[in-house]
Design a protein around this ligand. Sequence first.
Ligand code: ZN
Length: 281
Amino acid sequence: MDRQAIERIVADVMAQLGQGSVPAPADGTIPVAVSARHVHLSPEHVEALFGKGYELTKRSELSQPGQFASNEMVVIAGPKGSLERVRVLGPVRQLTQAEISWTDAMKIGVRPPLRESGNVKDSAPVTMIGPSGSVSLPEGLIIAQAHIHMAPHDARQFGVKDGERVSVKISSERPLSIDHVRIRVSERYRLEMHIDTDEANAGFIRSGARGLILSDHTAVPSAAPVVQQTVLPYEFKQKLLAREHIQAIDETEIVVRKGTIVTPLAKDTARELGKEITFIK
Ligand SMILES: [Zn+2]
């Protein structure tokens, strides 16, 4: 019996036992959620905008545990216009931060940098208006970089680490691949990719879409004219290789680590597309 057959039997048995210790998404994909423009406020700024002693009131829970959309909304004002009814998310944070899209930014005449949420140092100035007052800050306005929240067991399954950047392909009528997607790992997180409305619009992406991590390796540098192009095998580092991965990977040779589960459908698809799956230790 060849090694792949053995791997497959092991994988099937593990699946039947419900083992593998990780609640793996059955197909190796990641749920994608679209973040509309929103703000996070410090307690001080909640009071400045909504009145002394004011506290945010919960409207609905968000997918990440403990996070919620509040009933409160603010206006974000810029030199060329303003964004009305921008939702405040709770709970309050130490630092106030406003996350808008590039389309929003052009509309109101500001140029926020692309940032990881929470990193507002030297970001763009922002003015917010609430029912009881306004706040103008020298920094705090960003365009949020696409990221994936995951728990440590998800990170192990996908073979990624906190802070790493990966490429993600999201299937749709107009499929979209997003590079430099930041991995964020915490016990508090639930597996979910967050993109903004510009990214969602570019890829016709609606709630319920699924993303696939394509790579966590740096691409072969393509500086200078390449005289002789060597075709390198694609190194697949996740724990589960599904049909969608095979379809998304351009290389004809896919190297997977021993222990990686390759679904029978993935094997069939590889065969159909003339791709070779090789196991390494
Ligand atoms: Zn997020």
